[in-house]
Design a protein around this ligand. Structure first.
Ligand code: PRP
Ligand code: URA
Length: 209
């Protein structure tokens, strides 16, 4: 079974409340998602391996720690995942970015893939799949499957809000993929929306509908 981490830092929880608020406008929604993504990037990179290198301080010779060559990739699920990319790149600026385009059929909730473009060396990287919403888990599972079909083996998933159904679906389908979320909500409603959730993440991010 993969690990589920709920990023419960007070700053994340505070900002998430305003992301949920239906009165938060598109500009503020984008800024808050960006900020929470940066804070969650801090958490998801916590176990990156370090190596020791010599460093000359103004005072003496010393040993310092640097991240040991682990190459990262960020893979947003379009559309809404795009809004999390810049926030993550603030902390991991040398990460490459791949894109997977998926939309959920509104009747069946089955994800439809329309675009895939990954870094050429994606198989050598630790890939972080990002999407604000983990509802049924269909989109996340399809994105992870797409990566695995192309030979990628090191994958993590980062979402802002998850339904228990979505977490279960990913953990069952991909027990090797650790999941990072900011909140585990109550359930899905009949339209496949997370309750209480934040509504339609793509629409709120881009002002559509
Ligand atoms: C939303 C969201 C996820 C997906 C989650 O995207 O951003 O990708 O739904 O639902 P699931 O876990 O049940 O698959 P949507 O399909 O609305 O596409 P969009 O981002 O292009 O609006
Ligand atoms: N997609 C969204 O954007 N919101 C939900 O609550 C569920 C799926």
């Amino acid at each position: 079974m993969s690990k589920l981490t709920i990023c419960d830092h007070p700053l994340i929880q505070h900002k998430l409340t305003f992301i949920r608020d239906k009165n938060t406008n598109t500009k503020d929604f984008r800024e808050l998602v960006d900020e929470v993504s940066t804070l969650m990037a801090y958490e998801i990179t916590r176990d990156l391996p370090l190596e020791t290198i010599p460093v000359s301080t103004p005072v003496t010779e010393a040993q310092g720690k640097v991240i040991s060559g682990r190459m990262l990739g960020i893979v947003p699920i379009l559309r809404a995942g795009l809004g999390m990319v810049e926030g993550m790149l603030k902390l991991i600026p040398s990460a490459k970015v791949g894109h997977i385009g998926l939309f959920r059929d509104p009747e069946t909730f089955v994800p439809v893939e329309y675009y895939v473009n990954l870094p050429t060396d994606a198989t050598e990287r630790l890939l972080i799949v990002i999407d604000p919403m983990l509802a049924t888990g269909g989109s996340a599972n399809a994105a992870i499957e797409t990566l695995k079909q192309r030979g990628c083996t090191q994958i993590k998933l980062m979402c802002l809000i998850a339904a228990p159904e979505g977490v279960k679906a990913v953990q069952e389908a991909h027990p090797d993929v650790d999941v990072y979320i900011a909140a585990l909500d109550e359930c899905l409603n009949d339209h496949g929306y997370i309750v209480p959730g934040l509504g339609d993440a793509g629409d709120r991010m881009y002002g559509t509908k």
